[in-house]
Write a new protein. Structure first.
Lengths: 108, 118
């Protein structure tokens, strides 16, 4: 099973900031990685797939990068609706499909 | 508009059973693989089970293998999860999720809460 590790667990930032979230895999994923956003009380929403491709309707303020075992999600000019929990998920080797434990982006 | 609507959650005693349903609309259900993913209170996401578009391929997480059964009815645009021998640690919000290929989960329902408690 591929273990996904996200850091940090919590990021305290201000609106307008740019933040970078990290995701590390226990073995190489190529670019078979997705990022999700989960706002309080809502279901997860696909943001990024293939490590860097934005899903339909996702703002260009969200960008993904990386390959192999190291990946990042960058959110620029943070807006109020961006304060949420973000998860990475691998689909390189399955089953199981595995998620990271999440990074919470909170208002400082 | 695409929709996935879960139902069937509730309070059940340890050792009991529940059947979750997921009604799909707004897309061609029969052409997509589907999954169940759960989220324990305050915790992260755990993939539970996968079923291919034709039901020919089915997979389970070790945590539920032998206790949970996934199925689908393409004529009714519905996905199901039969959960038997429920344990306290199965308490969670259960989501159905559409999968693109065997890759990411591109559409999720709003979830249904299952509480296992005596």
């Amino acid at each position: 099973e591929i273990v996904m590790t996200q850091s940090p667990a919590i990021l305290s930032v201000s609106p307008g900031d740019t933040v970078t979230l990290s995701c590390r895999a226990s073995q190489s994923l190529s670019i078979n990685l997705a990022w999700y956003q989960q706002r309080p009380g809502q279901a997860p929403r696909l943001l990024i797939y293939g490590a860097f491709t934005r899903a339909t309707g996702i703002s260009a303020r969200f960008s993904g990068s990386g390959s192999g075992t190291e990946f990042t999600l960058t959110i620029s000019s943070l807006q109020s609706e961006d304060f949420a929990v973000y998860y990475c998920q691998q689909y390189n080797k399955w089953p199981p499909w595995t998620f990271g434990q999440g990074t919470k982006v909170e208002i400082k | 508009e695409m929709q996935l609507v879960e139902s069937g959650g509730g309070l059940v005693q340890p050792g009991g059973s529940l059947r979750l349903s997921c009604a799909a609309s707004g897309f061609t259900f029969s052409t997509y693989s589907m999954n169940w993913v759960r989220q324990t209170p305050g915790k992260g996401l755990e993939w539970l089970s996968y079923i291919s578009s034709s039901s020919l391929a089915i997979y389970y997480a070790d945590s539920v293998k032998g206790r949970f059964t996934i199925s689908r009815d393409n004529a009714r645009n519905s996905l199901y999860l039969q959960m038997n021998n429920l344990r306290d640690e199965d308490t969670a919000v259960y989501y159905c999720a559409r999968q693109r290929g065997n890759q990411d989960f591109d559409w999720w329902g709003q979830g249904t809460l299952v509480t296992v408690s005596s």
